[in-house]
Design a protein around this ligand. Structure first.
Ligand code: HEC
Length: 205
C-alpha cells in the first residue's frame, strides 16, 4: 500500500524508474547495434540507392505506400515461399528510416524489383484495376504528371552521408542531373525496381 502510494505520488521515484527502464532498453537494444554496425557493413550486400531511386523512395514515403505494404520478410517458410528471401539485419544498413511497415493490406515488396516490367508498374500505379481487376489499391495518376526538379537531392544525399551512406562527392554533384525533368512516377518505379536486387544472388536464406 505504502509502495504503490510512493510510486504514484513521488516524482523522484517516477523519474528514477523511467530512467532505469530507458537505460535497460538502450543497453539491450541500442548498444549491441552500435557495436555491431562495422561488422554488419562488412557482410552487407546492400548498395546505396542512386539519386533517382532515392527520389523515388521519398515519393514512396510521402504517398504512404508503407502504410499498406511491408518490406520485411520473416524467416518462416510460408513467408519465404510467398515473398522471397527473408530479410537479414545487414540488408538495412543504408535505410534511414527503415520501411519495414507493420500492416499488409497489399503484398510485401521487399523483393519486388524486376518481378514486373516498368510498363506494368506504370499501368498499375495509374490505375491498379487495369491489371488486377479486383485490386483495392488506390490510383496514383498524378505521379506521372508531376515533374521533379531535383533541387533538394544533394542536401538529402549529404544528410544520408552523415549517417553513414557512402555517397562520394561526384555522386552528390551528379544527383540533380539524374532527376531533373523525370516524373515522380518514373522515380518511384526506379525505386521499386531496385528492391531486393542487391541480395538477389544470395542463395542461403
Ligand atoms: C490502401 C492500401 C494500399 C496502398 C496505400 C498502396 N497499395 Fe500497393 N497494393 C495494395 C493491394 C491490396 C495490392 C494487391 C492488388 C494489386 O496488385 O493491385 C497492391 C499491390 C501492389 C504491387 C504489386 C505487388 C505484387 O507482388 O504483385 C505494387 C508494386 C504496389 N502495390 C506498389 C504500391 C506503391 C508504390 C504504393 C504507393 C504509391 C502503393 N502500392 C500503395 C494496397 C495498397
Amino acid at each position: 500500500m505504502i509502495l504503490s502510494k510512493d510510486f504514484t505520488k513521488s516524482v523522484v521515484i517516477l523519474i528514477a524508474a523511467t530512467t532505469a527502464v530507458a537505460a535497460l532498453s538502450a543497453l539491450v537494444w541500442v548498444l549491441p547495434n552500435v557495436l555491431l554496425a562495422p561488422e554488419l557493413a562488412k557482410i552487407s550486400q546492400a548498395k546505396p540507392l542512386t539519386a533517382l531511386e532515392l527520389a523515388g523512395r521519398d515519393i514512396y514515403i510521402s504517398e504512404g505506400c508503407h502504410v499498406c505494404h511491408t518490406q520485411m520478410v520473416r524467416p518462416l517458410e510460408p513467408e519465404i515461399l510467398r515473398n522471397g528471401r527473408a530479410n537479414k539485419e545487414a540488408d538495412d544498413i543504408y535505410e534511414f528510416p527503415n520501411l519495414w511497415g507493420s500492416k499488409r493490406t497489399g503484398p510485401d515488396l521487399t523483393n519486388i524489383g524486376r518481378k514486373y516490367s516498368d510498363r506494368w508498374h506504370a499501368i498499375h500505379l495509374i490505375n491498379p484495376r487495369d491489371v488486377i481487376p479486383t485490386s483495392i489499391m488506390p490510383s496514383y495518376p498524378w505521379l506521372f504528371n508531376t515533374v521533379l526538379d531535383g533541387d533538394d537531392i544533394a542536401d538529402k544525399m549529404r544528410a544520408l552521408r552523415s549517417l553513414g551512406v557512402p555517397y562520394s562527392d561526384s555522386d552528390i554533384d551528379g544527383g540533380r542531373i539524374q532527376i531533373v525533368g523525370k516524373t515522380q512516377g518514373e522515380a518511384l518505379i526506379r525505386y521499386l525496381q531496385s528492391l531486393g536486387v542487391d541480395t538477389m544472388h544470395d542463395r542461403e536464406q
